[in-house]
Design a binder for this molecule. Structure first.
Ligand code: NAP
Length: 274
């Protein structure tokens, strides 16, 4: 595994996304077994960064993640846990309550990283950051970040955060390079901020991209692995693919060890419309 070193932290280039663990927007108890098996195998394979949110399965994703971590007896200090506060909970009191609820569901006494999941159109960022800064001061959260923030909002968040903002988590993949075009990636790279790429293999069918298929074929790996390798070859970029399939989980982890050459990187960057 390769790591991104930032602010005295070593964060794995590839972590594990928990959307659809325990359900989609509502809990699906019938999925529990499959979800827990997926988390067990992710921990066995060596994933240490887990990305969840209060909105995932309406909190059930956090419950299952916490349950599996306790079952396996993994040391909390060996993990990096990210959760997110929903845009409708961005008033001061609601942020504090959301964080407490997430910690309770996870069965943990701190989060490594806490993100604003989506910007709110009606609640002032100043009010939300007042609470987020307090969570850091009280030790309930180690680092703050945002998600789905454009460049203008990201710059506002940086000013409001009393500790250096760790990440902006956005949709980023070979077929979806919106956050390159809008300047967010370059800004993150120049300002010591991680760009966490979500939906790295899901969007607009990775398998139909001719460039991905050709490079994967030449290197005898899968197009998904090349798509992940292209992301994590880029400075300050980490990613959090989700898979319930242990073989895919292992392939995704090992994608961090694929070193693409400059020509392959350029071809992939230009292959958005393939
Ligand atoms: N901040 C936000 O607003 C936001 C939005 C979306 C997602 N996220 C986060 O980002 C994480 C990842 O995004 P995502 O779940 O949308 O999309 P994703 O990880 O790009 O794609 C997940 C899908 O890809 C398949 N897959 C994964 N690895 C594969 C492989 N090696 N080969 C073939 N298929 C593979 C999975 O199926 P199998 O289970 O069959 O492998 C699953 O159907 C989420 O879980 C969540 O934590 C955040």
């Amino acid at each position: 595994m390769r790591y991104e070193t930032i602010r005295n932290l070593q964060i794995p280039k590839i972590g594990f996304g928990c959307w659809s663990i325990g359900g989609m927007s509502t809990p699906e108890p019938a999925w529990d077994q499959r979800s827990m098996t997926a988390l067990h195998s992710a921990l066995d394979l060596g994933y240490t960064h887990f990305d969840t949110a209060e909105s995932y399965a309406n909190g059930h994703s956090e419950e299952l993640l916490g349950r599996v971590i306790r079952e396996k007896g993994v040391r909390r200090a060996d993990l990096f846990i990210t959760s997110k506060v929903s845009p409708e909970h961005l008033h001061y009191d609601d942020v504090l309550k959301s964080c407490d609820n997430s910690l309770c569901r996870l069965g943990m006494d701190y989060l490594d990283l806490y993100l604003i999941h989506w910007p709110s159109h009606s609640i002032k960022l100043e009010e939300s950051f007042k609470a987020l800064n307090q969570l850091v001061q009280s030790g309930k959260v180690r680092f703050l970040g945002v998600s789905n923030f454009n460049l203008k909002l990201l710059k506002q968040a940086i000013v409001l955060s009393e500790t250096p903002l760790l990440t902006n988590q956005v949709s980023f993949s070979v077929p979806d390079q919106e956050y390159v075009k809008n300047g967010v990636l370059e800004y993150c790279q120049q300002n010591e901020i991680l760009l966490t790429a979500y939906s790295p293999v899901k969007r607009r069918n990775i398998k139909s991209n001719a460039t991905l298929r050709k490079i994967a074929n030449d290197r005898k790996v899968t197009p998904e692995q090349i798509a992940l390798a292209w992301l994590v070859m880029q400075p300050r970029v980490i990613t959090i693919p989700m898979s319930a399939n242990p073989q895919h989980q292992a392939e995704n982890l090992s994608a961090a060890d694929i070193i693409l050459n400059a020509d392959e990187m350029e071809q992939l960057s230009a292959s958005v419309f393939n």
